[in-house]
Design a protein around this ligand. Sequence first.
Ligand SMILES: Nc1ncnc2c1ncn2[C@@H]1O[C@H](COP(=O)(O)OP(=O)(O)OP(=O)(O)O)[C@@H](O)[C@H]1O
Ligand SMILES: Cc1ncc(C[n+]2csc(CCOP(=O)(O)O)c2C)c(N)n1
Ligand SMILES: [Mg+2]
Length: 358
Amino acid sequence: MEFDLIHRHFKSPFAALVKANRDSVLTGIGDDCAALAPMPGHGLYVSTDTLVEGVHFFSDDPAPAVGWKSLACNLSDLAACGAQPIGFTLNLSLPLIDESWVAGFSAGLLEIASTFNCPLVGGDTTSAGANTAKTISITVFGEAPLQHHGFHRALAKAGDDVWVSGTPGLARLGLLLEYQRLGSLSRFYSSSEILSVLELLSVMPQSLKQLAVAALRQPFPRVNLGQSLRGKANACVDLSDGLSGDLAHITTASGLSAVLAVHALQSVWLKRWPELSQLPGSVTFLDTLLNITLQGGDDFELCFTAEPTHLDAIQSINTALCRIGQLEAGEGLWLSQPNHSRQRVLGVSYKHFAEPTL
Ligand SMILES: Nc1ncnc2c1ncn2[C@@H]1O[C@H](COP(=O)(O)OP(=O)(O)OP(=O)(O)O)[C@@H](O)[C@H]1O
Ligand SMILES: Cc1ncc(C[n+]2csc(CCOP(=O)(O)O)c2C)c(N)n1
Ligand SMILES: [Mg+2]
């Protein structure tokens, strides 16, 4: 039975994409192994990520969005290493066969796979047994020239600028809106925090709310940006767990401290939505936004460090890049206020085995 399902929703819809990539995909779906051939003189990059219903996505999320996000978070890891995708495998565990969900999932998956020219080359489909949650596990393969150093987290240098793409925290805002829709905000926030979050959500422009939910459901992995940074960035991570926690991976691995400017972090938002500074109570809202930005998650933007000599070259890649701070000798993450006073920030990461909090 699963063979028909695989054929209908995976082998057949992805056949054209596999064919278009026959130089790098020697064998695709239907054999005991897939066979891939990275270009000569290139290293093979491999990354894997699992999404669990109720943990990484909501049960009522549209199936195409779940398909899109499943590959997006894997492509984002390739982006963080500056690698070009060459293919992926898909492991699906389903509590039951819901044909229309699988069709929607496959359509969203094909959309992102085509966008990034990344063919599906194999996988595994099983019953989830007594488990009621859908589980999606993807392994993505990519390539980059052997002389590229892969932006290892330990390669950052003192004096490097710290950059981010897009609007880190936007997806977290989307998550808060989803919790609010489901009436479960209070499960995740203390009563003192919930007031400021609810107030912030109540004054947000509707258009921003829609973009926030879209950022959560359908993040756009920065694959082209990652490759454009080769030869410019020293270290890079993708923002999956939240800016403060993910940047801490770089500072810890490189034995450095990061000093982030409050006004630069706020300007990430104000550049896109200048009206946020005009809201009544904007000082408090910008403060709440700052926390959301630092402790967010699900952004799938890139955070990278680069020597200041590369500033012009980096700015010319993409105008949606913001320089938010610098690396120094020392350790930890620090926020610097306009009056140059500094306060320490804890690197907060999403923790799988703990209750999420702001
Ligand atoms: N079960 C495991 N077995 C072997 N290595 C693992 C396992 N789980 C995680 N790792 C490795 O630990 C490192 C950190 O894993 P993590 O999933 O946090 O990656 P990340 O890129 O920081 O986050 P994300 O996957 O959300 O992008 C990665 O190099 C990953 O390959
Ligand atoms: C329904 C729902 N609840 C919570 C979240 C938030 N969330 C879940 S996992 C994760 C970190 C990245 O995962 P990983 O470390 O496994 O790559 C984050 C920020 C969500 N996206 N959907
Ligand atoms: Mg990552």
